[in-house]
Design a protein around this ligand. Structure first.
Ligand code: SME
Length: 160
């Protein structure tokens, strides 16, 4: 129904600009958090090459619980401070991990994952979710990815 994908040769900052614009268009005026996270997960999957997982964990009663995603079935509950997602949520800080096997306590939901970017979604000072991107390539994510996903997290923070 929608095709928001960037051109294959689109520079990364421009692709993220388009991704954020598409996420804004898809979620504006829609109050249902699950619908909005599902569409954003689908956009991430469409826009970003070389991923094996893209989606959300939500903060529910003090732990992270699996939300809408694209990719293989994943761990359902992650305690705060555990794994890359749990550290991002506990510290309210983005985690850009070039090699997940070197990250203490990394939770291996899929053995194919080698690098990971996890960005907290913060609403009114509280972490309400994290956006988790996994790649089979080492060092797949850089500062442009970080900035793009942090901007996305800001845009959707009131809509999930
Ligand atoms: N590897 C993650 C767990 C989530 S899955 O990758 C989808 C972590 O250590 O937080």
């Amino acid at each position: 129904m929608f095709d928001f994908r960037p051109a294959p040769d689109c520079p990364k900052p421009e692709a993220y600009r388009q991704l954020v614009e598409a996420a804004d268009a898809l979620t504006t005026g829609e109050p249902d958090a699950i619908a909005n996270m599902a569409n954003v997960a689908a956009l991430l999957w469409d826009f970003l090459p070389d991923l094996n997982w893209a989606g959300f964990y939500r903060m529910v009663d003090g732990e992270l619980v699996l939300g809408p995603f694209m990719g293989r079935p994943a761990c359902i509950r992650i305690p705060l401070g555990k794994g890359v997602c749990g550290v991002a949520a506990a510290d309210a800080e983005t985690q850009l991990v070039e090699d997940v096997h070197a990250f203490p306590g990394h939770i291996a939901c899929d053995s194919v994952t080698n690098s990971e970017l996890v960005v907290p979604v913060i609403r009114d000072g509280d972490v309400v979710a994290v956006i988790d991107l996994d790649s089979p390539s080492k060092a797949r994510f850089d500062s442009e990815d970080r900035e793009g996903i942090e901007r996305l997290a800001e845009i959707i923070s009131q809509r999930i």
